[in-house]
Design a protein around this ligand. Structure first.
Ligand code: GLA
Length: 388
């Protein structure tokens, strides 16, 4: 795993090589792992992400005009755009996550200066770890600081989200950008996605002899596709059928009876996933805060996976195989994390068992001729901030 200091140096060098000058400053924003509560964030429910120590570094300098010039080490290219030319429907590819922030700020009536930017990231893309939110949020944080907008975290996250939703065309919920902005070392964020209240919950697994293992299936996932949008539509229809503003409003008590009244079997399963997974967030938070046995979080992770697999149908064989192999090899529980259709599986592991678990996951993937998975231990880190 690279650390932010190394990334900081390489980004500064890339900036100097590109612009023949020093940046005004450097900023960092992380990706995230969602511990539990999947596809609940556009149903006004609860989520529990942590920010990772991995993410995107941006070296940034203010320009005197309204041009945006961005060098990306990952894409290995430099792109330019006039800020006035950015609008919904612009075909910008990765630049949308940067330029879209300027567009969103302009929509808010903010005075938006042009910028020179060099970017570097140490987060795998398309792994469900929100590399896109780390890009849009590092841009929003830097732009706000350089232009003197002085935006609070929620507004930074909102700019990042608007860039993704409106300009990149990815219909995400609110979780990823809030997690990238509000992350705190040693804590998970319980986010009420209706009120946008973020509560920091102590999440220091090592103090309990545990760790959170992330295993990347390397099965690529894509959010800008029909499946995510289809799930959003199904959830809206389910809420309508149940006569509630959002699935968040369906009580867990008496759920079977409530769902039994729904005419569509498919919508019933979609709703059951969202309602039970949001409830599992609350159960996990209770276990994390009441001084009880944190190992009991494990089965809730596995229950969440079963719900995503059977009711919400967003897993793929690659992640199901990893999930099963991790639990069979002794993980206390495991689940896919993120939007789905590939990406990463997280496992609650006894400290010291990680290598064995990753080896078991690799063996299982090889048996099925799947790509070789990669593993790392995730610790909760700080959200978007200025490095210097
Ligand atoms: C993606 C979206 C989030 C959330 C998750 C699923 O990461 O960006 O808003 O909906 O999927 O929980």
């Amino acid at each position: 795993m690279n650390d932010v200091a190394a990334l900081q140096d390489s980004t500064t060098r890339a900036f100097r090589a590109q612009f023949d000058a020093d940046p005004d400053g450097l900023w960092f924003a992380p990706g995230r792992v969602n511990v539990i509560g999947e596809h609940t964030d556009y149903n006004d429910g609860f989520v529990l992400p942590i920010a990772l120590p991995l993410g995107t570094v941006a070296a940034v300098r203010r320009r005197d005009d309204r041009r945006l010039v961005v060098h990306s080490s990952e894409a290995d290219e430099t792109r330019e755009v006039e800020l006035g030319d950015v609008a919904p429907g612009s075909k910008l590819d990765w630049l949308a996550y940067v330029a879209g922030v300027g567009w969103a700020a302009g929509e808010q009536g903010l005075d938006v200066p042009g910028l020179d930017i060099a970017l570097a990231a140490d987060l795998p893309q398309g792994a469900g770890l929100s590399s896109s939110a780390s890009l849009s949020c590092v841009t929003a944080r830097a732009w706000s600081d350089i232009a003197g907008w002085d935006l609070p975290g929620d507004d930074v996250a909102a700019l990042g989200r608007a860039a993704e939703n409106e300009i990149a065309g990815a219909p995400t919920g609110v979780m990823d950008q809030l997690a990238s902005v509000h992350g705190r070392a040693g804590h998970a964020m319980r986010i009420d996605t209706r009120s946008i209240d973020v509560t920091q919950i102590p999440f220091d697994l090592s103090a309990h002899g545990l760790s959170l293992l992330v295993v990347d299936s390397r099965a690529p996932h894509a959010l800008v596709d029909g499946e995510y949008a289809e799930r959003r539509t199904s959830c809206r229809e389910a809420a309508l059928m149940l006569g509630v503003p959002a699935l968040r409003d369906v009580p867990l008590e008496g759920l079977d009876g409530t769902l039994g009244r729904m005419r569509s079997e498919l919508l019933r399963r979609r709703a059951r996933h969202v309602i039970t997974d949001s409830a599992r967030v609350e159960q996990v938070c209770t276990l994390l805060t009441d001084g009880g046995d944190i190992r009991r979080v494990g089965p809730l992770l596995s229950a969440s996976h079963a719900s995503m697999r059977d009711d919400f149908e967003i897993t793929v064989p690659q992640v199901d195989v990893l999930q099963e192999s991790l639990v069979a090899a002794g993980a206390l529980g495991a689940r896919m994390t993120g939007g789905g259709f590939g990406g990463c599986v997280i496992a609650l592991a006894e400290a010291g068992s990680e290598e064995e678990l990753v080896a078991a996951a690799r063996r299982a993937a090889a048996e099925h001729d799947f790509a070789e998975p990669a593993g790392f231990v995730a610790v909760a880190a700080d959200g978007a901030h200025r490095l210097r």
